[in-house]
Design a protein around this ligand. Structure first.
Ligand code: FA5
Ligand code: MG
Length: 409
């Protein structure tokens, strides 16, 4: 998607198509601009380097990398068995172009389509979520989806052979813990034969363990663990976490694909697994990149450090001083923090490094709630001036009043 997007009151033009806006529309120019970047398609970019390394662990998978981020709510939610009232559908969490059309929140939005076309697939793409602002959250990030289907009739034997072949090759110092068990909270689907499901799950975890081993082959004593999880489109489901800087970092979600999806894909006699992983999360760990905004940098000092197919530690350039500003206001019933963060991103762009609620109280007489947010402004590549940040802060104060109907204090 290379041509610049256009946004007017009634019409949004994106990737050569026009969409009518409505009461659901909440995409902003700042977000729409990101659809033209396609970081995963720039060979020397860390996101693309990771993508290529992971996909080399799945050599005969068909890899889709150029799907438009514009999908229907049917593709992103309904086709994947999301309940009508699932929180992910809320306008506070998802970017809508209009009531029926949105920016995908995950690469799973393409699962049904690609599984009708092939039995071993990868999908890499930019995904969009309304979210908070800090060093590991950005409203656009990249995911890779993977899925593999087997004939239900032969899956047990097929998996046994596949795993026996692989395990001869590997030797590594990665410590993997898996204490997950199949329980009613994370159940086998009723339609599935138990042995077939267990074989599929074994192959899933085996494939992902092999992938991590490949990615982190130079790392000593890497700690990896499997935990139970929940997704509307898989059951049972799990997440993989990696111990990074003393904390467990979630890198992917996965599970045994809901049979309804395979039936809808025209493959009722198959059983399969799927995973979705966050490329930024792995890139932060592998390249030692300290702030998620850096991936979006146009700064040569960032981009010149990387070469296609090579993992090398990022050498930080000096950190410029922050400029810190607070804003306090009387809140109201409609207030949602994601909406506030959106306005911050709109007026400050990537100068907004961190937004934190630092104080709140309820007035004893009026019962009105007062909120105070602290905004850290900092540029990744230059000094900011107080005058410049004051102008942004003034604009923010104005927009917050106009768009959120709150009263400044
Ligand atoms: C999903 O998006 C599911 N579609 C994954 C999946 C696919 C499950 C297929 C089962 C089968 P989740 O919201 O947990 O799940 O996101 C998946 C991964 O994306 C996370 O593990 C994390 O690595 C990454 N991720 C999620 N949110 C963010 C964020 N705000 N910033 C950076 N990475 C993120
Ligand atoms: Mg998750």
């Amino acid at each position: 998607m290379k041509e610049p997007p256009k946004i007017t009151k009634d019409i949004i033009t994106l990737g050569g198509k026009s969409y009518q806006t409505d009461a659901f529309t909440n995409v902003t120019p700042t977000i729409l601009e990101k659809t033209t970047r396609q970081l995963h398609l720039i060979p020397s970019h860390p996101i693309a380097i990771i993508k290529d390394l992971i996909s080399s662990a799945f050599p005969d998978f068909k890899h889709y990398q150029t799907f438009s981020p514009v999908v229907s709510t049917k593709e992103n939610f309904d086709d994947l068995c999301f309940a009508e009232d699932h929180p992910g559908r809320a306008v506070t969490d998802t970017y809508y172009i209009n009531q029926k059309i949105m920016l995908r929140t995950h690469t799973s939005a393409h699962q049904l389509q690609v599984l009708t076309e092939a039995d071993k697939i990868l999908v890499t793409a930019d995904v969009y979520r309304r979210d908070e602002i800090d060093a590991s959250h950005y409203p656009v990030f990249h995911q890779m989806e993977g899925a593999q289907l087997f004939e239900t009739r032969t899956v047990v034997e097929d998996v046994r052979k596949a795993i026996a072949q692989d395990s001869m090759a590997s030797s590594s110092t990665i410590h993997t813990t898996d204490t997950t068990v199949i329980t009613p909270a994370n159940p086998k689907q009723e339609c599935h034969d138990e042995a077939a499901m267990l074989a599929t799950a074994d192959h899933l975890k085996h494939s992902l363990n092999m992938m991590v081993r490949k990615l982190f082959s130079h790392e000593k004593d890497l700690q990896v663990r499997w935990i139970d999880a929940q997704f509307p489109f898989t059951s049972p489901s799990w997440e993989m976490e990696i111990l990074y800087q003393g904390k467990w970092l979630e890198v992917l979600g996965c599970g045994v694909i809901r049979q309804d999806i395979l039936i809808n894909a025209g493959k009722p006699d198959k059983i399969g697994w799927a995973f979705g992983l966050g490329l930024e999360r792995l890139a932060l760990v592998l390249f030692g990149i300290p702030d998620i905004r850096l991936f979006w940098s146009h700064d040569e000092r960032f981009l010149k450090q990387f070469e296609p197919s090579k993992i090398q530690k990022f050498i930080p350039f000096s950190k410029y001083p922050p400029c810190i500003k607070d804003i306090s206001f009387w809140s109201n019933d409609q207030f949602h923090e994601n909406n506030f963060c959106e306005i911050v991103r709109d007026v400050a762009g990537d100068l907004a490094e961190d937004v934190q609620l630092i104080d709140q109280f309820v007035h004893p007489k009026t019962q009105r709630r007062s909120l105070c947010y602290r905004i850290n402004y900092r540029s990744m590549d230059r000094n900011v001036t107080n005058t410049e940040i004051n102008e942004i802060q003034d604009k923010l104060r104005e927009e917050v009043v106009n768009r959120m109907k709150v009263e400044l204090r």
